[in-house]
Design a protein around this ligand. Structure first.
Ligand SMILES: C[S@@+](CC[C@H](N)C(=O)[O-])C[C@H]1O[C@@H](n2cnc3c(N)ncnc32)[C@H](O)[C@@H]1O
Length: 244
């Protein structure tokens, strides 16, 4: 893809965040080789549905369509809809060129975190192994939460999978001392000093989904919690480094 002359709008010139609203394949193609320290990708999961969230506002009104606290009536107004199509005839054909580009732009010390769920994780692992090499796979992080319905005919699926790859294991950034520590499950077993310091998180991350009444909530369907991203950034980036 050709681009008009002048500074490349896709390459930030300062350390402030730049948000680009575009097809990520076209954006990735404009980034030089080996330029990025950390990539986090949260692609559509191929759930076979349209992911949609309708945002509403309620106003107290005697003729309102909803009944709330102590029987008061509220009128509902739709203030916006946020959605994206989450179905693909050939999901891996959509992902592959983007992951090939992601690998190309990563620096030798760079890492990729690829966020997905149980439906496609195995196929994505095989695809990523073929692009990065199996020896570059470092972890499958399980983000476990506990929210939503529980089917009666199988184990309720309450986790996402985050595949963590290094471009060149051994050279990759991993700031183990900067990772926020978490409480021990049985602090009494480890002694007061260790208990006060907390333990390093493992590859299983218990973290709530973004609560509906939280200030963090954007109203976007499939929004991921800041706590998950904070941990990734603490571990695998450096101040002023390039991320995507
Ligand atoms: C799972 S959602 C990401 C949610 C986001 N991480 C959050 O916390 O709100 C997947 C997103 O990928 C976007 N998407 C789909 N195809 C894309 C493409 N070719 N380039 C860039 N984004 C794309 C969708 O519009 C959707 O917003």
């Amino acid at each position: 893809m050709s681009r008009p002359p002048g500074p490349n709008p896709f390459i930030p010139t300062s350390h402030h965040g730049t948000i680009v609203f575009a097809d990520n394949l076209q954006v990735l193609k404009q980034i030089p080789d080996n330029a990025i320290d950390l990539i986090y990708i949260d692609p559509p999961f191929n759930t076979g549905k349209v992911q949609k969230r309708i945002q509403i506002k309620t106003t107290r009104c005697a003729e309102g369509d909803r009944i709330g606290f102590q029987g008061s009536r509220y009128r509902t107004t739709v203030i916006g809809t946020k959605s994206f199509a989450d179905f693909f005839d050939d999901y891996l054909a959509f992902l592959e060129p983007r992951l090939v580009e992601a690998h190309r732009v990563l620096a030798p010390h760079g890492s990729l975190y690829f966020h997905i769920d149980y439906r496609e994780v195995h196929y994505c692992k095989v695809l990523l192994d073929s692009i990065f090499g199996r020896s570059c796979f470092l972890n499958e992080i399980i983000w476990a939460y506990d929210y939503g319905g529980r089917p009666r005919n199988k184990w309720p699926a309450k986790h996402d999978n985050i595949l963590f790859y290094a471009k060149e294991p051994g050279k990759h950034i991993f700031n183990v001392e900067d990772i926020e520590r978490i409480p021990y499950m049985a602090p009494g077993l480890v002694g007061p000093e260790k208990a006060a310091r907390g333990k390093l998180p493992t590859d299983t991350w218990w973290h709530t989904i973004v609560p509906t009444n939280s200030s963090e909530r954007t109203g976007y369907p499939t929004q991921k919690p800041l706590g998950i991203l904070r941990r990734i950034i603490q571990a695998s980036s450096r101040p002023g480094g390039g991320g995507a």
